[in-house]
Design a protein around this ligand. Structure first.
Ligand code: PYC
Length: 318
C-alpha cells in the first residue's frame, strides 16, 4: 500500500478526446481481484477509493480528468477490461474515455487498426481503431426511459426533459434560455447543477433508482457541420469538454424514440469546444445500438509518484 512504502509509482498515459482528458492507468493501480468488472468496480469503490482520488484529483489531476483502469477482462471474448472513474466516483461507460484508451494503447504499440472488444462494468463495447487514427465505439444498448419529465428548478423555473441511458444516466433538455458557449459556462453549470439537485429532491431517477448524474443541454450548432450542440454537466460538477459519447448515445436513443433519427442516419453532435462526435444507430430486435466516432491525442506518458511523506499523496479530497 502506498501509505506503508516510501514511494509508489503508477504508470499512466494521458490523452484528450475532443478536448476532454483521459488518464489510462497501465500499472501500479489497485489489485481488484477476479470476477466480472461490475464486481471489481464495487471492490474499487469499497476498498481502494483513495487510489481513485490519488490518480485523478488535485494535485496530480483536476476535476475534469477521467481515469481509466486497465484490467484483465473477465469475458474471454474481450481483449481488455476498463473501469472508468472521475473526481467523485465511478462511471458505467465513457465514450470519450474509450476513444482515449484506444489511441493510448495504439501509441504504445499494444494495438493496431481493427476492432477490439472492451469489457466495462455495464457491458461490452466494440472499439474500432481506423487506419486514420479515428476510433469508432459501438456502445452498449441505449434507451429513453421517460419523456417530457417536468421539474421545478429553483431560481430557473419549470423545465421539461427526457431521461435516457447511454452507458450513464442523463436528463436531456432542449433549448435552454442561455447560449451554449464557453463564455456562459458559469451560468450553464449553475443551471444544470440546480436541475440535478431538483431531480434528486423529487426522487426522479433512472431505472432501479439509479441517480441521474449527467445533465445534458442541447441547442443549435455553431455551423452547418453539426446537427446540434450540447453542454454536459458531469457527476463531479465539471463540464464535459467533448460532446460526450454516452450523452450522444442517450440523445440518439431519444431521437429514435421520437422518430427523428433512422438507423444508419448520421448524427453530428457538437460540444462546447466546437469539437464533433459523429454518431449513428443500429436497431436490432427493437434495441438501439449507438456508435460514436471521434479522435484523441496522447498528451503525456508518465509515472505518478505517491510519496509516503506527502500529505496529499492520495489527492486533495473535498
Ligand atoms: O464521453 O461518455 C463520455 C463521458 C462521460 C463523462 C465524460 N465523458
Amino acid at each position: 500500500m502506498p501509505s506503508h512504502t516510501a514511494l509508489h509509482r503508477i504508470q499512466v498515459i494521458d490523452s484528450h478526446t475532443a478536448g476532454e482528458p483521459t488518464r489510462l492507468v497501465l500499472s501500479g493501480g489497485p489489485d481488484l481481484g477476479p470476477g466480472p468488472l461490475s464486481e471489481r468496480l464495487e471492490r474499487f469503490r469499497k476498498h481502494h477509493d483513495m487510489f481513485r482520488s490519488a490518480i485523478v484529483n488535485e494535485p496530480r489531476g483536476s476535476d475534469v480528468l477521467v481515469g481509466a483502469l486497465l484490467c484483465e477482462p473477465y469475458d474471454p471474448t474481450c481483449d481488455i477490461g476498463v473501469i472508468f472513474f472521475n473526481n467523485v466516483g465511478y462511471l458505467g461507460m465513457c465514450g470519450h474515455g474509450s476513444i482515449g484508451v484506444m489511441v493510448s494503447l495504439a501509441w504504445m504499440g499494444r494495438i493496431g487498426p481493427g476492432t477490439h472488444r472492451i469489457e466495462t462494468p455495464v457491458g461490452i463495447v466494440n472499439a474500432t481503431l481506423h487506419p486514420t487514427g479515428k476510433v469508432t465505439i459501438a456502445n452498449v444498448p441505449s434507451f429513453r426511459s421517460r419523456s417530457g419529465v417536468s421539474i421545478d428548478v429553483p431560481g430557473f423555473g419549470r423545465v421539461h426533459g427526457d431521461i435516457a441511458w447511454g452507458g450513464n444516466w442523463f436528463y436531456l433538455l432542449e433549448n435552454p434560455t442561455m447560449p451554449l458557449t464557453l463564455q456562459h459556462v458559469g451560468e450553464l453549470t449553475d443551471f444544470t447543477w440546480a436541475i440535478r439537485q431538483s431531480l434528486k429532491a423529487n426522487r426522479i431517477t433512472g431505472e432501479d433508482g439509479a441517480e441521474i448524474d449527467h445533465i445534458e443541454l442541447f441547442g443549435p450548432p455553431s455551423n452547418g457541420h453539426a446537427h446540434s450542440r450540447n453542454f454536459v454537466l458531469c457527476p463531479g460538477k465539471a463540464y464535459d469538454r467533448s460532446p460526450c459519447g454516452t450523452g450522444t448515445s442517450a440523445k440518439m436513443a431519444c431521437l429514435y424514440a421520437d422518430g427523428k433519427l433512422a438507423p444508419g442516419e448520421i448524427w453530428r453532435q457538437e460540444g462546447i469546444l466546437n469539437t464533433v462526435f459523429e454518431g449513428s444507430i443500429q436497431v436490432r430486435d427493437g434495441v438501439v445500438l449507438p456508435s460514436i466516432t471521434g479522435e484523441a491525442y496522447v498528451t503525456a506518458e508518465s509515472s505518478l509518484i505517491l510519496d509516503a511523506k506527502d500529505p496529499f499523496r492520495m489527492g486533495i479530497v473535498p
